[in-house]
Design a protein around this ligand. Structure first.
Ligand SMILES: *Cc1c(COP(=O)(O)O)cnc(C)c1O
Length: 395
């Protein structure tokens, strides 16, 4: 018996709808700004990762145009053939200097960075210890390797130590964690993880997608925040798509790491390099971070203000320590309903339920940026006050 393609796809989609997992992405009808447009309505945007307000910034756009004019629209090859340009290498050197690491290598995205770096690094016989809340791209990256995996309870260094005691190997031992966790906004306890790693002869791999541009002096990231950036046994991976607001991923660390990746990271070897305008905009971002450090202060001021006000309304922000501000609604339908009602009141904030987060922990995930004004945050808070009371989540 054979199934037609349409039948197969319909069956899959029906199952997703039945499970409440069917996705219809919201469409933005104006640029990525604190005020944007969704469904024809102007909304306060609490849904983006545009932490520093760079996504539509004139300086990044000017640099992108300049690179486009000088170097063209495309790069024309993968990095190892004829797709490495002087502008790629110059940006990587700027990035390494900014991160305070010996080297940096840029890949197409944060997602491919995890695939490329984990795939290049890990061999059969190696052991991986991975936080249970790590990002999907880490999970997929690990699946591409033949290393044995042990998952530790979220940020639980006691459990991590039990696993390190129970499993030893002559190969590499690698502890893998997000720097800032994308759904809860908490920070990995690197102050405990790195010493544990040293005690058990393990390396540490930090995916700092949400910490880069946000935490540490000048936004140098979670590893810098904890002072481990010069430790050659700490590997940093991060994205250029969130606070950096363009697209790309990178690995930063020891000189030898870059050398290995140039030879072994499959997205580097087999997928075309970034076009000039992307690198130009990224050069603009690194310039602006250093020229306007007050943006990071504004990001944190706004973060503190928004969290305090939400708590004042009676909301549970789930212990978040960063601009990622979850608001607990309990079951997924309640979170989705709240998100719809907020949108009607001009607030764009996305509901997240199982399986992205545990059952009973459905939430709306807000991200405050440096570019939001107090008036915009107040407008969002007013909507939160009304919607929360309507739904009986706050008194
Ligand atoms: C967003 C994210 C990624 C993916 O980065 P992209 O540059 O968007 O591909 C990887 N890891 C974590 C932890 C993320 O939050």
């Amino acid at each position: 018996m054979s199934l037609s393609l349409r039948d197969r796809i319909h069956a899959v989609l029906e199952q997703l709808k039945h499970d409440g997992l069917y996705i219809t992405p919201p469409v933005l009808e104006a640029p990525q700004e604190p005020l944007t447009r969704v469904n024809g309505r102007e909304v306060v945007n609490l849904a983006s990762n545009n932490y520093l307000g760079f996504a539509n910034h004139p300086h990044l756009k000017a640099r992108a145009r300049e690179f486009l004019e000088v170097w063209g629209a495309g790069s024309g090859a993968v990095r190892t053939i004829a797709g490495t340009f002087s502008y790629h290498e110059a940006f990587e050197q700027q990035l390494a200097a900014f991160k305070g690491t010996e080297s940096a290598l840029v890949l197409q995205s944060g997602f491919t960075a995890n695939q490329g770096v984990l795939g290049a690094l890990l061999q059969p016989g190696d052991l991986v210890f991975s936080d249970e809340l790590n990002h999907a791209s880490i999970i997929d990256g690990l699946r591409l390797t033949k290393a044995a995996r042990h998952v530790f309870r979220h940020a639980d260094t006691g459990h991590l130590e039990e696993l390190l005691q129970a499993h030893d190997s002559d190969g590499l031992k690698l502890i893998v964690t997000d720097g800032v966790f994308s759904m809860d906004g908490d920070v990995a306890p690197l102050d405990r993880i790195v010493p544990l790693a040293e005690r058990y002869g393990a390396l540490v791999y930090v995916d700092d997608a949400h910490g880069s541009g946000v935490l540490g002096e000048l936004g140098r990231g979670t590893v810098h925040h904890f002072g481990f950036h010069e430790n050659p046994n700490v590997i940093q991976v991060a994205t250029l798509s969130k606070a950096w607001a363009v697209v790309g991923g990178y690995a930063a660390g020891a000189r030898e790491l870059r050398e290995l990746l140039v030879n072994r990271a499959r997205p580097y070897l087999f997928s075309t390099s970034h076009p000039p305008a992307v690198v130009g905009a990224l050069v603009g971002a690194i310039e602006l971070i250093q020229r306007e450090p007050e943006r990071i202060e504004r990001l944190w001021d706004n973060t503190r203000y928004f969290k305090e006000q939400l708590a004042g309304l009676g909301y549970d922000t789930m212990g978040s320590q960063t601009p990622i501000t979850p608001v607990l609604f309990g079951e997924a339908p309640a979170a989705f309903e709240a998100s719809r009602k907020l949108l009607e009141r001009g607030v764009f904030a996305v509901g997240i339920g199982f399986p992205t987060v545990p059952r009973g922990k459905a939430r709306i995930r807000n991200i405050v940026t440096a570019a939001h004004t107090r008036a915009q945050l107040d407008r969002a808070l007013e909507a939160y006050a009304v919607v929360g009371r309507e739904l009986g989540v706050i008194a």
